[in-house]
Design a protein around this ligand. Structure first.
Ligand SMILES: CC(C)(COP(=O)(O)OP(=O)(O)OC[C@H]1O[C@@H](n2cnc3c(N)ncnc32)[C@H](O)[C@@H]1OP(=O)(O)O)[C@@H](O)C(=O)NCCC(=O)NCCS
Length: 147
């Protein structure tokens, strides 16, 4: 997959609207949510890593710091026509490198049931009980960044 650049952005960056649009199309529209329901209250406090070709956003993953040591990975999405080609894994690994540089030691996330194996390949482990979020089954998963 040539020419795909990963960039850390923030709300207000020229790529941010493209990131929101991708999140809506991949993660929210299929569940019946409106475009206005895409943004989280803590957008500005989160890290936004986007994969893009020029100004076209093709993938993203976000991280919300919860304390000085860890936080939650969320809004993981890859454009449908590029899924299964390694971009999602590249985004997670690159985010983890950035988090290590910033001194974070652990990450947790809410994985949609069918996506648990994707995160397991990246070293995340399931914990706790299954739960429902945005109307679909999820599992808690976590990883220590020194592993
Ligand atoms: C889930 C998602 C982010 C994965 O990104 P991707 O670019 O398609 O995944 P990759 O190609 O990087 O896959 C990495 C590895 O995980 C595996 N994998 C990916 N999705 C998988 C799945 N649903 N089930 C089992 N394995 C999966 C791949 O086969 C690959 O294995 P390999 O290391 O042996 O080659 C992407 O498919 C997507 O956006 N899905 C829709 C939105 C979504 O469900 N987001 C997650 C919400 S928790």
């Amino acid at each position: 997959m040539p020419d795909v650049t990963l960039s850390l952005i923030h709300p207000g960056h020229p790529l941010y609207e493209g990131e929101l649009e991708l999140r809506f199309r991949v993660l929210r529209e299929p569940l019946g949510y409106t475009r206005a329901q895409v943004a989280f209250p803590f957008e500005a406090d989160s890290l936004h890593l986007v994969a893009h070709q020029g100004d076209t956003v093709l993938g993203c993953v976000l991280f919300n710091p919860e304390d000085a040591h860890g936080g939650r990975l969320f809004q993981m999405a890859v454009s449908p026509h590029l899924q299964g080609q390694g971009l999602g894994a590249r985004l997670v690994r690159s985010l983890e490198e950035e988090l290590r540089r910033r001194g974070f030691t652990h990450v947790h996330l809410h994985a949609r049931g069918p996506v648990v194996p994707f995160y397991e390949r990246l070293g995340y482990a399931v914990y706790g009980e299954p739960f429902t979020e945005v109307g679909i089954p999820h599992r808690h998963m976590r990883k220590a960044l020194d592993t």
